[in-house]
Design a protein. Structure first.
Length: 266
């Protein structure tokens, strides 16, 4: 597979996510009313665990918490209001600092394990020792010297793993709670994506912004392929530091545009 060697970067690199000085005692704060409402909306519309198919009259979303290290991770309790629904916990992420949340895991035990960074899991008290949280767990890096370069390298690794001979590497690279949102408003979880994903040849990424904090790296930019001239696709990738390694947590593709300025390649 041919790759263009140049890293095409434009725009400012935003480093506005505050990193906690240490992960020895991670903390979480009570969500505001607005944050809880936004997380409840995400739960109600999420395909994770089929929540979008459960009548909202069967449950209530309560006890919202937001990670103190950054406001990019949240947790809520899903309280049962019906004999046909079992209560659960949901873990959410807020990509790119917007107001919209995305559910990454729903469950009754070990929720968020191996999906959320271990510091976040510790703050939310998710799974205890079964999440690998303890004196010897490997903390996420507290800073990245160049989030833009790291995001570019991880995304190009993802492109390479999409080739059929790298299927096992792709499976390991995708987080258990992986979710893709496509431009046509369809979505797929990890299993569905592994069963049917594209092969990228000559794919190129322009990084417009990269944000890092507390084990979460969001990368926004534009994809294009040399085989499809003058068509550029805005994208957003979210990478999480899981068990001492990076994994792709979510991937969003937006409507292609033929009017964006041509990305620089050198």
């Amino acid at each position: 597979m041919r790759r263009l060697p140049a890293l095409a970067v434009s725009g400012a690199v935003a480093l506005g996510i505050a990193a906690t000085p240490a992960l020895t005692a991670p903390k979480a704060n009570k969500a505001s009313a607005a944050q809880l409402a936004a997380m409840a909306k995400a739960v109600q519309s999420s395909p994770v665990a089929g929540m979008n198919e459960v009548p909202t009259s069967n449950y209530a979303v309560r006890n919202g918490m937001v990670y103190a290290g950054s406001s990019y991770w949240g947790k809520v309790s899903i309280a049962s209001k019906s004999d046909t629904f079992q209560g659960a916990t949901a873990v959410l992420v807020r990509p790119a600092g917007g107001s919209a949340w995305t559910v990454v895991d729903v469950g009754t035990s070990d929720t968020g394990c191996w999906v959320a960074p271990v510091g976040v899991a510790a703050a939310f008290k998710l799974g205890g020792a079964t999440c690998g949280i303890g004196d010897g767990y490997m903390a996420a890096p507290q800073s990245l010297k160049n989030p833009t370069l790291t995001g570019y390298q991880l995304t190009m690794r993802f492109f390479n793993y999409l080739n059929p001979q790298n299927q096992s590497k792709l499976e390991a690279f995708l987080a258990d709670g992986f979710l893709i949102q496509r431009a046509n408003n369809t979505a797929a979880n990890k299993a569905a994506y592994l069963a049917n994903h594209p092969t990228y040849n000559d794919a190129v990424l322009r990084v417009d912004n990269a944000n890092y904090g507390d084990g979460l790296l969001t990368v926004g930019g534009v994809n294009w392929q040399t085989t499809v001239p003058n068509t550029y696709v805005p994208v957003l990738y979210t990478y999480a530091w899981v068990d001492g390694a990076w994994q792709l947590l979510s991937f969003a593709r937006f409507a292609p545009s033929a009017t964006l300025p041509p990305p620089a390649t050198s």
